[in-house]
Design a protein around this ligand. Structure first.
Ligand code: PLP
Length: 405
């Protein structure tokens, strides 16, 4: 019988796939650790399928590299981690679906609460769950999205404390502008949050965990909250994947992008002068040009806005995308890679050192941010996980398959 891991790996590597370097992820965790005060807990943010990198493998790798906790956006993401055997504390950052409150309590998953009405809905859905539901009080200090107004935080915390079916595990806020060079509003939000934590303490309420900093705030050193008796935590997301949220700051070389996107040349052929390429014939060959089709398109997460803009690297050479990116296929010109042949690897996304596009370059070309570039990588793109450069697991549409240890 064929070893299922070998089969999945061969299938993944035979076409479009993402290489996820778990050692790079561990190195990035170590870098975050070096930036924050000793004793700070790292809550690795793995929402959005770990920013496209794969929820379960990246969650496990972050914990193995020293993160104490994980954070996600949806209760379902937390339940998937539990189903995969992840026992570490998990917080759902966003407003939770009340229908899943009981499942969260039973699985020991903490939820965020940002209003009296929200608390009421969670309690109604909890029923007589055997274990109390852990809650983190979310304070809206200026993001204007989700959370309690600072002036109402103490009242909400008191309502929560009066209810035996829930317990207060933490208090947190989220920054709106931490990535911007002007740190004025970032520091204003930190001040507002510190005042709320102070008010809570004055009311006799000390949440065990206090946290506010995302990747950008960690890079800017806006991390600490005066909170005697509480443990400080940070919530790094983007930087764990080796990407930079702050355009005005360079990351040290120790921080490495975790993801590379690779595909393989399909048909290699010559387009005669005057022929248009792909839907709409938006690129017309000015002379006969060698081209190759790639089995990747916007259904894989390759932005259609890269049509006639992006490039791949084949045999070390930059090969521009010609014509429209289709749903499942894309055409590149391979004149710069005269030895290019069917089956050769083509690199679409990397750390830039090999000439391939970086997530920041794709973001710039397509009018978005690197967060979206990696997060939109579709589930049908198999992820191949590397340790010490060797494949150790494959995540594809059929699930996660690991190599025998
Ligand atoms: C996504 C998110 C984070 C992580 O943000 P990064 O900019 O990726 O570090 C932290 N906290 C909350 C509430 C989030 O939604």
């Amino acid at each position: 019988m064929i070893d299922p891991f070998a089969l999945r790996l061969a299938a993944a590597q035979g076409g479009t796939h993402a290489l996820i370097d778990l050692d790079a992820l561990a190195g990035n965790i170590a870098y975050v650790r070096s930036l924050v005060p000793a004793g700070t807990e790292l809550m690795a943010v793995v929402k959005g399928n770990a920013y496209g990198h794969g929820l379960v493998p990246c969650g496990r790798a972050a914990l193995a590299a020293g993160a104490q906790r994980l954070a996600v956006a949806r209760v379902e993401e937390a339940l998937l981690l539990r189903a995969a055997g992840v026992a570490a504390p998990i917080l759902v950052l966003g407003p939770a679906t009340p229908a899943l409150a009981r499942a969260a309590a039973e699985a020991g998953i903490a939820l965020a609460v940002g209003s009296r009405a929200g608390l009421r809905r969670l309690l109604d859905a909890l029923g007589d769950a055997p274990s109390p539901l852990a809650l983190h009080l979310k304070v809206d200090t200026g993001m204007r999205r989700f959370g309690v107004e600072p002036a109402e935080a103490v009242a909400l915390a008191r309502a929560l404390a009066a209810e035996p079916r829930v317990r207060l595990e933490g208090v947190f806020t989220h920054f709106a502008t931490a990535d911007e060079p002007d740190e004025g509003f970032l520091r204003e939000q930190a001040r507002r949050f510190a005042a709320v934590v102070h008010d809570l303490a004055a009311a006799g309420i000390t949440p065990p965990l206090v946290h506010m900093a995302n990747s950008a705030a960690i890079l800017r050193g806006v991390v600490e909250v005066p909170a005697p008796g509480a443990t400080l935590a940070v919530r790094p997301g983007l930087i764990l994947y080796g990407l930079n949220p702050c355009p005005d700051r360079a990351l040290p070389a120790a921080v490495r992008p975790v993801l590379r996107l690779v595909t393989r040349l399909g048909r290699v052929f010559t387009v005669p002068a005057g022929d248009g390429i792909s839907y709409g014939r938006t690129y017309v060959a000015p002379r006969p040009i060698r081209c190759a089709t790639l089995p990747i398109g916007y259904a894989d997460g390759l932005a259609r806005a890269l049509s006639n803009q992006g490039w791949a690297v084949v045999d070390g050479a930059v090969c521009p995308i010609r014509g429209s990116v289709c749903m499942d296929q894309t055409v590149i010109e391979v004149e710069a890679a005269p030895r290019a042949a069917e089956g050769d690897p083509a690199l679409l996304l990397s750390d830039g050192r090999d000439g391939a596009m970086t997530a920041d370059q794709v973001a710039h070309l397509t009018g978005t941010i690197s967060y979206e570039v990696v997060s939109r990588l579709a589930a049908r793109v198999p992820r191949v996980y590397l340790r010490a450069g060797r494949p150790v697991a494959v995540l594809d549409l059929f699930g996660l398959t690991e190599a025998d240890a």
